[in-house]
Design a protein around this ligand. Structure first.
Ligand code: DAH
Length: 341
């Protein structure tokens, strides 16, 4: 202790002042709870703290000065206690926060993002590509009448495609004009031609329904892409070019398209459409020049108007592209499968 000149009371007060000053300094410099605790032991420690030592000096103060010295001592003790409490609170708060603070070094919780079903993705890509070829997307109803699903498409009443066992006829409408879940998207060709004049370039993508037993290549509900192109001078070469451009864009690379003679009541001539990809030919659907009977059914001048149409299976196209062996996988709703797309 530095000797201070003056009365014992002066010496005592000087020590109290130094003690309070040192305590304030030590606590201001403390950067954690441990430093605060060390200061508490140094200044307020019950056995050898500096307040305890100062208290012992009180004995040297003359009796007359004792009451004043005692008050000063108590003031100093109280102010050191207050300084300690403030410092302790400061670090207690920091430590509380640390308990539930965000640990920025932890790996974040992965957010699960949803995505479109592979069939929806395929539909959108087909729409995009056909849009670039000038085809407009249109929709038609899934519940259809005989006219649009069969008659206007020249599918006569005795045609096996109309067999009740091959269609989902609706029980609610067993009357003269039964309704059914459409069995093909060719219905949309009729609806568009009935309401618009040529020229037309439309595609329609949507669900169709047939009571097939589900297996690797069949499902009672599936999707078709229907195309209709009506312009003067249209021929089969235009049809093949459009299908080849589409297939090349969708599957990537130069995809070859092959026509095999076939029959559909609503096209003449009619073909099956195969696409070659990965060294294999795969049947994708049917196509042909719109039959004059269909043009007449929708009120077009069958001698002046020409067009082509095609209908392809969306599941087939998607399965081909993604290497899916069993189309039922598309509808099992197993996210481990769906997540791959
Ligand atoms: N609608 C036919 C089917 O479901 C596919 C089809 C064939 C559509 C020829 C067409 C077409 O537009 O011209 O099997």
């Amino acid at each position: 202790m530095t000797p201070v000149a003056g009365t014992p009371l002066d010496t005592f007060r000087a020590e109290l002042e130094r003690l309070r000053h040192d305590a304030a300094e030590a606590l201001a410099a403390a950067t954690n709870a441990a430093a605060v605790e060390a200061a508490r032991v140094e200044f307020a420690g019950a056995r050898s703290g500096r307040l305890k030592a100062a208290q012992k000096l009180l004995g040297a103060v003359p009796a007359a000065d004792k009451p004043a010295a005692g008050r000063d001592f108590n003031d100093t003790k109280a102010s050191v206690a207050a300084l300690l409490e403030t410092a302790q609170e400061r670090f207690a708060r920091v430590e509380d926060q640390a308990d539930d603070a965000i640990d920025v070094t932890l790996p974040g919780e992965a957010v699960t993002l949803g995505r479109f079903h592979p069939i929806t993705q395929t539909i959108r890509q087909i729409q995009e590509i056909m849009g670039q070829l000038g085809f407009e997307c249109v929709d038609g109803p899934e519940v259809e009448d005989q006219w649009h699903n069969f008659e206007a498409l020249a599918i006569s009443p005795e045609h096996p495609a109309r067999d009740p066992l091959d269609n989902f006829y609706l029980a609610v409408a067993r009357g003269a004009d039964p309704l059914l879940l459409r069995s093909q998207t060719s219905t949309v060709q009729i609806r568009v031609m009935e309401s618009r004049d040529p020229p037309l370039r439309i595609v329609s993508l949507g669900r169709v329904y047939r009571p097939d037993t589900a297996d690797a290549t069949h499902y009672p509900m599936f999707h078709q892409v229907e195309g209709l192109f009506v312009e003067p001078g249209t021929n089969m070469a235009h049809l093949k070019s459009v299908l080849r451009l589409f297939a090349s864009r969708f599957l990537g690379g130069d995809v070859h398209v092959r026509f095999r003679p076939s029959f559909f009541p609503f096209t003449e001539p009619s073909v099956e459409v195969d696409m070659e990809w990965g060294g294999r030919w795969v049947e994708m659907g049917g196509a042909g020049m719109v039959d004059p009977a269909v043009l007449a059914a929708v009120g077009y001048d069958q001698d002046a108007v020409t067009g082509f149409a095609f209908g392809l299976g969306v599941e087939r196209i998607a399965a081909r592209r993604y290497g899916v062996e069993d189309i039922r996988d598309f509808y099992r709703n197993d996210v481990r499968f769906l997540r791959q797309f």
